[in-house]
Ligand binder design. Structure first.
Ligand SMILES: C[S@@+](CC[C@H](N)C(=O)[O-])C[C@H]1O[C@@H](n2cnc3c(N)ncnc32)[C@H](O)[C@@H]1O
Length: 415
């Protein structure tokens, strides 16, 4: 189903491809993030069991100006993986920018398709081992119809990386959207609406909740595309954890992992043992919902998902053959942030969450290179005087602390 609001949405992304990106910047940096970092896909979707060399066929649905596509295609190409990334978006303007970025990087492993997610079942594409749909479902007339169309082209045993808006951390956004809908109704041209939006932002009353909300800068530093996407979007809706779980359920999908898992674990926010015990008795979805309600600052949900009937079985981090890998920040860098008390401070949209590490953590983190197995690491430390059982205890603690913050993962097997 499409409707007049959907036509306005299409006009928005044609006029203001989102997010604003300059292909020249590709020479300077690779934008990375979640979902769709290849090491995350390896671990959170496939449990570090799918061989690295096995071609990964991926779809980026609603690819916009290319962030997810460029990152994943770059990661696959660096790995020498023969899989391809299919980029799909309705917006020709967005696709042009994404293509220019790929050309700037000489990426030849992307297929470009202009079209609608809703038409996926009849486009002759797929099946895909992995589907990225980041910041798109919440703009569709019927998110469940969009998800259902994605599920049709998902290969057996495959997974998705989804991002949808979450309500509490967007406090203030919908109030301003309501005000702008009155002053600049969505049937006006995008340019006219931007002009009104800028005027309103210049004098936004100091009591407006958006002014207290530190989660956003798009309307300030994201250019016209950022302002439009956040405050003038003709349709966006936010999903609580429970709403999101219900949405997934409509297509037989379920969360394999929220990013970052620690944030969605209510125990992180409940130091009181009695309350922790009570929280632990709740279902996985209720626990995540509790964390969302307690923290009150989640503005998006990023989750790796699989069919509910095909849950992931992750590799054992204590197995001799397991290969620890840093997700992105090398161990030598990460250790610089460890405080004298052994804690590593994390900040989740302004919310502090210190993670306690054992004294051996700095040495272990610096030895993780994505090649050494746990057995290799044990031998490496034995040569340096750390008994095998001591290493294993410390490694178990390091993994238990840093896997839930998505910093230390297990690598997929090579062959
Ligand atoms: C907020 S942007 C997100 C872009 C990108 N996924 C990212 O995270 O940077 C939403 C994108 O979804 C696209 N889109 C919206 N509805 C669509 C549909 N039915 N089929 C395909 N693309 C759609 C828009 O054109 C836009 O580029």
């Amino acid at each position: 189903m499409t409707d007049s609001t959907d036509a306005q949405l299409a006009a928005q992304y044609e006029a203001y491809p989102y997010p604003a990106r300059d292909p020249k910047e590709e020479a300077k940096r690779l934008i990375i993030g979640s979902p769709s970092h290849l090491r995350e896909i390896d671990y959170w979707v496939f449990g570090a069991r799918r061989p690295q060399a096995q071609p990964l066929q991926a779809l980026v649905a609603g690819g916009g100006t290319g962030d997810g596509t460029i990152m994943l295609a770059t990661h696959l190409s660096r790995r020498g993986n023969a899989g391809r990334v299919t980029y799909l978006d309705r917006s020709l303007a967005a696709m042009r920018i994404a293509r220019a970025r790929a050309e700037a990087r000489n990426l030849t492993n992307i297929d470009w398709v202009q079209g609608s997610i809703l038409d996926l079942p009849t486009l002759g594409l797929g099946p895909f081992d992995y589907i990225d749909c980041c910041g798109v479902l919440h703009h569709l007339p019927e998110p469940a119809a969009g998800l259902a169309a994605l599920e049709v082209v998902l290969a057996p045993g495959g997974g998705m990386g989804l991002m949808v808006y979450a309500p509490h951390g967007r406090t203030g956004v919908y109030m301003v959207q309501d005000a702008l809908a009155l002053l600049a109704p969505p049937d006006q041209t995008p340019a006219a609406r931007i002009e009104v939006g800028k005027r309103v932002m210049r004098h936004l009353p100091e009591s407006n909740w958006l002014r207290f909300n530190r989660n956003f800068s798009d309307h300030i530093s994201g250019g016209d595309a950022g302002l439009y996407d956040l405050l003038l979007n003709p349709r966006d809706r936010a999903f609580t954890v429970s709403d999101f779980a219900a949405l997934l359920g409509t297509s037989g999908m379920a969360v394999a992992a929220f990013m970052e898992p620690m944030r969605y674990n209510p125990a992180t926010w409940l130091p009181d043992p009695k309350l922790r015990a009570r929280a632990a008795s709740l279902s996985a979805t209720a626990q995540a919902a509790l964390a969302e309600s307690l923290t009150g600052n989640m503005s998006v949900h990023i989750a790796y998902c699989r069919r509910a009937a095909e849950p992931v079985t992750r590799a054992d981090p204590m197995a001799d053959t397991a290969v620890p890998v840093m997700r992105e920040v090398p161990g030598s860098e990460l250790v610089k942030s460890i405080l004298p008390n052994g804690q590593l401070p994390f900040l989740f949209d302004g919310l502090r969450a210190p993670v306690s590490l054992p004294p051996q953590a700095p040495a272990i983190l610096q030895a993780i290179d994505g090649e050494r197995t746990v057995a290799d690491l044990a031998a490496f430390f034995a040569e340096r005087g750390m008994a095998a059982d001591k290493f294993r205890r410390a490694w178990a603690e390091v993994f238990a602390a840093l896997e839930p913050v998505n910093r230390v993962l297990l690598a997929a097997p090579k062959g």
